[in-house]
Design a protein around this ligand. Sequence first.
Ligand SMILES: [Zn+2]
Length: 376
Amino acid sequence: MRKTLLLAVCLFLLSSASRSYVLMGTRWPEAAATIHPMLVLLGEERSPSGDRWIDAFREAAQEWNSKTAFDFEIDTARPSHPCAGILSKYPEDGYRNGAAFTSVICTTDAWGNPEITSFGAGTLGLTMTYSEFGDTRTTTETDIFFNEREEWDIYDGPERRAADFRRVALHELGHVLGLDHERRETAIMAPYVGDLYHLQQDDIAGAAALYGSTVPDGVPPIVLAVEEPAENGIKSGISTFRGWVVSLHELASLSLYLDGKYKGELQHEASRKDVARAYPEYPDPERSGFAFAFAYGGLSAGSHRYRLVARDAMGNELERTVNFRVVRFATGYLKDDSRVSVDSARLSGEGNEILIDGMEHDGGLYRLRLRSMSLT
Ligand SMILES: [Zn+2]
């Protein structure tokens, strides 16, 4: 199978890898853009299979519209060539977003001078993204170039000799949104065209990171839970701190404080299929878990407090506090197991807990609660 490169070019490129999808560093000010395509390939409006290029382009835009919060509008009444204002035969059209089959790539350098280049070997499509000086994070115009020297058709299913225009359009529209190439996860935004012809979860998660997800109003932007320690729980020795977080927008920070002192940022990459089932409307809910082991024995006996603060890229913030107590054995933690006796202890079990009531250690009586938990 041939590998054909789908090239992204982004002026003022600020690469920012995040989770798995990759963002270019620019986005539209609103979750919307109007494209003005003029899709005629060597005089033909239809592909060899009989479908019109413009219809396949509309379907690709519609797929992004139906699965993400972004809204593409396709305006064929005022078509725009991507070389408008650069090649003299296409008059300047302002900031219109063009899309066309072309033999050359038109752009301007940083001083506004025209630059005409050729497609690289095997390059099917290319999207130019423009921003204004002083605001390089806001997209102001995009132009999509489809290489008219390649062989094209329109079809579903495995890749054939001729490139499928619809899936390449789906990919280029991802660049228009602000997504860059994804090399790790299965994605339409992969750098090479392949057998995929629909958006994948990673593509949708990337769009959600930029523009939020398609959830109804009233859904909280962040949901955050600390499961361990429990509120007013008792801790000793080494135990876990764990919980999960989901957010509509990309999470900027997840900061942990202990007794008012900043401890660091938590990664939330752990697999949580239960959270994914409960919060399917959030992007990437499967990898929402965080957990680490903590030596509670290193804290002084008595009351302590965790504070966990989640902030997203849109400025939303949510925090959870958990109060817990650290207890210690009077003479260290079971230094000598010959001094432990459960002879007169009562054992009982309920749910995921075993209670040992009346364990003797070094002259003291203890009640132990053993709780099993899974970190799935
Ligand atoms: Zn690409």
